[in-house]
Write a protein that binds this ligand. Structure first.
Ligand SMILES: O=P(O)(O)OC[C@@H](O)[C@@H](O)c1c[nH]c2ccccc12
Length: 264
């Protein structure tokens, strides 16, 4: 079994447990279930923002502990204030050290919040809505095209944006009318290998109107510029900020450099 298979098997068990602890009708009664959501597409296209989807990630199976001490509110509030277009929060506990509580702690920010998790069941979409997420991630590598379509349609009904994550050409069949925003993960979730070229290679194969997001392994302004030239609107960045003792400061410096580059 590769790591993705291991994660998905654990996730199936976890979801069954959560369903028995908190059935759907209870989730639907949560206060945040009925609040309005922010549109990821609108925030990514807003020229006053940077296109960066800044991530809060404490650990990962590929890197181990990335940051064991960062304060969720301090970091995400800085991301929002300093020009991120959206914030990604890992909610998987077992492999990424996150939680639903982490996402709930950030929900007063006026910016789209992406629930970063391995979604395989409609229950998790209701849950995402109930904890205050605006966006869900659907990873093609853990779904069939038909499952992707059904989950994306449900998300749309619930006013959630969808970021559909692809890694290679074989996954293009997952794209459908409910997935206008497509992320290309430069990291292969089965081997952890990171190849920045993946995004560039895939860009020309996506539908022309897709909103494109490059994901993982981005640690330089030059890479963002290269991606922009190739039609990308969004850049999902985690480790580059989280590996710093002070991720808020690391984000601030990165943004300063990005802005001075644009002017120069
Ligand atoms: O920390 P990085 O290399 O900047 O990557 C961020 C993000 O793309 C990565 O965390 C990610 C992309 N897709 C995922 C799916 C599940 C968990 C994590 C991810």
């Amino acid at each position: 079994m590769n790591i993705l298979d291991t994660i998905v098997a654990a996730k199936r068990k976890e979801v069954e447990e959560r369903k028995s602890r908190q059935p759907l009708d209870l989730l639907e009664r949560k206060e945040h279930f009925h609040r309005t959501t922010f549109s990821l597409a609108e925030f990514l296209k807003d020229p006053s923002k940077t296109g960066i989807i800044a991530e809060f990630k404490r650990k990962s199976p590929s890197k181990g502990i990335i940051n064991g001490t960062a304060d969720l509110w301090e970091v995400t509030a800085a991301y929002a204030r300093l020009g991120a277009s959206a914030i990604s929060i890992l909610t998987d506990e077992e492999f990424f050290g996150g939680s639903s509580q982490d996402l709930m702690d950030a929900r007063s920010l006026n910016i789209p919040l992406l629930r970063k998790d391995f979604i395989i069941d409609p229950y998790q979409i209701y849950e995402a809505r109930a904890i205050g997420a605006d966006v869900i991630l659907l990873i093609a590598a853990c779904l069939t095209p038909e499952e992707t379509r059904k989950l994306a349609m449900l998300a749309a009904e619930m006013q959630l944006s969808v970021l559909l994550e692809l890694h290679d050409e074989e996954e293009l069949g997952h794209v459908n009318e409910f997935t206008p925003i497509i992320g290309i993960n430069n990291r292969n979730l089965k081997t952890f290998e990171v190849n920045i070229e993946k995004s560039l290679e895939m860009a020309s194969k996506l539908p022309p109107h897709a909103i494109k997001v490059a994901e993982s392994g981005i640690d330089k302004i030059a890479t963002i510029q290269l991606f922009r030239e190739n039609g990308f609107d969004g850049f999902l960045i985690g480790e580059q900020f989280m590996k710093a003792a002070d991720p808020a400061k690391a984000f601030e410096l990165f943004i300063q450099e990005l802005k001075s580059n644009k002017l120069g």
